[in-house]
Design a protein around this ligand. Structure first.
Ligand SMILES: *[C@@H]1O[C@H](CO)[C@@H](O)[C@H](O)[C@H]1NC(C)=O
Ligand SMILES: *[C@@H]1O[C@H](CO)[C@@H](O)[C@H](O)[C@H]1NC(C)=O
Ligand SMILES: *[C@@H]1O[C@H](CO)[C@@H](O)[C@H](O)[C@H]1NC(C)=O
Ligand SMILES: *[C@@H]1O[C@H](CO)[C@@H](O)[C@H](O)[C@H]1NC(C)=O
Length: 219
């Protein structure tokens, strides 16, 4: 009987430690964010190195109350101008998030398959991605609209752990309250493509190579 008892104790310890480990290892976040104009961007990064990322994000009505604790809102790379209303989302790594959060940066790298970066979208939920190498991964969001825009997001950086339920609302805006279309010029230049081991990031297309709206930054 003593050996059975010891086995039982070991088993109980194993369950406790596994549960503890599982809870501790989860890296998920969710919240509602407000970006009041095109000069501000928002990003959230994994708390430790990871090789996994999956998220869902959606524009929410102006009545939604911002409650995000995990991410950072700051002056950031200014998006170009588009005729559609929506948000631009970029899966990236720590390097890309820092480039994004620099209002003077002419461009930033992002992972095309983890982004809705070609046109503003009302929502975005790319397929989860698992990379061969671990690094700090991030989600960055731009508001390309001429008005305050709010969004709800939910993200998991832990393989096998689904992101928390996304806060959704009955109706969401599909345009700015006022319909003035600012006339701005953009310049699109062919971009370079960066490929690392396991993590493949591209810098191209419509976002990171569009001149700042201010026009102050030569590429
Ligand atoms: C815009 O948002 C930033 C960051 O959230 C805030 O510091 C700033 O006061 C806001 N500006 C206006 C005009 O609301
Ligand atoms: C990324 O997207 C491209 C084209 O859509 C696809 O060929 C490639 O396999 C994707 N990469 C990953 C890691 O899913
Ligand atoms: C981010 O990705 C780029 C391109 O693959 C790479 O050069 C850079 O070292 C990466 N940064 C981090 C912190 O992993
Ligand atoms: C990632 O790992 C898989 C399986 O080991 C391998 O087939 C693939 O070539 C690797 N990809 C990169 C970019 O290293």
């Amino acid at each position: 009987m003593p050996s059975n008892f010891i086995n039982f104790l070991l088993f109980a310890l194993l369950i406790v430690s596994r549960r503890g480990l599982l809870v501790y290892a989860q890296d998920t976040d969710s919240g509602i964010v407000s970006l009041n104009d095109t000069s501000y961007g928002w990003f959230v990064c994994s708390k430790t190195s990871t090789s996994y990322m999956e998220y869902a994000i959606a524009v929410v009505p102006s009545s939604a109350i911002p409650n995000d604790q995990a991410g950072t809102t700051s002056l950031a790379h200014r998006p170009g101008s588009f005729s559609q209303f929506g948000i631009l989302t970029f899966g990236t790594n720590y390097t890309g998030a820092h480039q994004f959060a620099d209002p003077n940066s002419a461009s930033f790298i992002y992972i095309a398959n983890l982004s809705c970066a070609d046109q503003p979208v009302p929502s975005c939920s790319p397929n989860s991605q698992t990379f061969n190498t671990s690094t700090v991964l991030c989600l960055a969001v731009s508001n390309p609209n001429g008005c305050e825009t709010k969004f709800s997001y939910s993200i998991s950086f832990t393989s096998g752990v689904k992101y928390p339920a996304l806060a959704i609302f009955d109706s969401n805006p599909s345009s700015c309250p006022t319909t003035t279309t600012p006339s701005m010029t953009t310049t699109i230049i062919d971009g370079a493509s960066y490929t690392g081991t396991g993590l493949s990031l591209s810098s191209n297309a419509d976002i990171d190579l569009i001149n700042d709206i201010s026009g102050g930054h030569p590429i």
